[in-house]
Structures are given as structure tokens and as C-alpha cells.
Design a protein around this ligand. Structure first.
Ligand code: PNS
Length: 165
């Protein structure tokens, strides 16, 4: 069985993520989307909340060979534990490349059995990021073109609570 891991912080999942997950699901027998920590980011949604949003978006997209998990350690250790064939990442622009390339080489050093596979983002998602979604939503902008429709209420509710604090 060819198993791929699709790691990320998914804070929150965007239509760009969902496109990469959907396309990965067609290339591999099984895909595990793993919610991980990015040392450079402090997330808005908790790990459990990010998993719930992903599960909702994946169910709505009717992708059946994809499951959601979370892991706090190294991606290479998770890939090894799951005996993954591939680590799938989405590439948007050249600006993504250097960092992604560095991570791919490091992960290969730690777990050579998993190949990092880069899928180029769909042109309409080129500019899209979770940070942009949060920025627009915080200023009451409409993010319905950026995230799966089913998670819009959770984003609104989270930001409402954030404003209360
Ligand atoms: O969606 P992101 O924030 O770009 O995803 C980055 C992520 C979470 C995949 C990356 O930070 C990661 O792999 N974190 C797990 C810890 C780890 O393995 N770090 C070393 C990477 S070489």
C-alpha cells in the first residue's frame, strides 16, 4: 500500500490545502493529513480544533481515502512510524521553495524511505495562505473564496471569542 503523509499547520485549512489533499488522494492508496507544530508560528486554532476543521472539510469534499491525525514530534519520525512512502507538500511560489527544499533534504536525511513530493498549487490558489485568511477575517473581510464553506462559522466564532479576550 502506498501511503502518503500531508503535513502542515492547517491554521485553518484553506481551499489551497484541500486541493493538494484531493490531488494527493488520487496519487496514493491512502493519505494521512497530519496537523503538526511549526516552531515559527503561534496558531489561532488548537490542534484538536484544526483536526476537526480538516475532518469537516474532507468529509464535505467526499474524499474517502484520507484520514486526519496530529503529531507533536518530528515529521521524519511520524513518517517512519507510519511507514510512509511519501511526504506531500504544496508549492506556491519560488518564495516557498528554499524553505521547503531545506525541509525535504533534512527529512530525507532522517528518513530516506519517504520521498518528498511537491505538488504545484492550482493557479487560483497561488496567493492563498492561512495567515492571509486570518488577516482578512480579523478585519471582517469575506473569506468564503479562500476556505471550505463548511468551516466559515467556526472561523467567525473563533475570531468573535478572540475579540472578547
Ligand atoms: O503548514 P506549515 O506551517 O508550512 O507546515 C510546516 C510543518 C508543520 C510541516 C513543519 O514545520 C514541520 O515539519 N514540523 C514538524 C517538526 C519537524 O519535523 N521539524 C523539522 C522539519 S525539517
Amino acid at each position: 500500500m502506498r501511503l502518503a503523509i500531508c503535513p502542515g499547520s492547517f491554521d485553518p485549512v484553506t481551499l489551497g490545502h484541500l486541493d493538494i489533499i484531493t490531488r494527493a488522494s488520487k496519487l496514493f492508496d491512502k493519505v494521512i493529513v497530519v496537523v503538526m507544530s511549526n516552531a515559527a508560528k503561534s496558531p489561532l486554532f488548537s490542534q484538536v480544533e484544526r483536526m476537526a476543521l480538516l475532518n469537516k472539510a474532507i468529509a464535505e469534499a467526499s474524499i474517502t481515502n484520507v484520514s486526519v491525525d496530529c503529531y507533536d514530534g518530528l515529521l521524519a519520525d511520524y513518517a517512519k512510524m507510519r511507514k510512509a512512502t511519501a511526504i506531500v507538500k504544496g508549492l506556491r511560489a519560488v518564495s516557498d521553495f528554499e524553505y521547503e527544499f531545506q525541509m525535504a533534504l533534512t527529512n530525507r536525511k532522517m528518513y530516506p524511505e519517504a520521498e518528498t513530493v511537491f505538488l504545484t498549487t492550482a493557479a487560483e490558489n497561488l496567493y492563498l495562505s492561512s495567515s492571509l485568511v486570518k488577516q482578512v477575517a480579523r478585519l471582517d473581510g469575506d473569506v468564503s473564496d479562500f476556505v471550505p464553506a463548511c468551516i466559515l462559522p467556526e472561523i467567525k466564532e473563533k475570531l468573535r471569542k478572540e475579540r472578547e479576550i
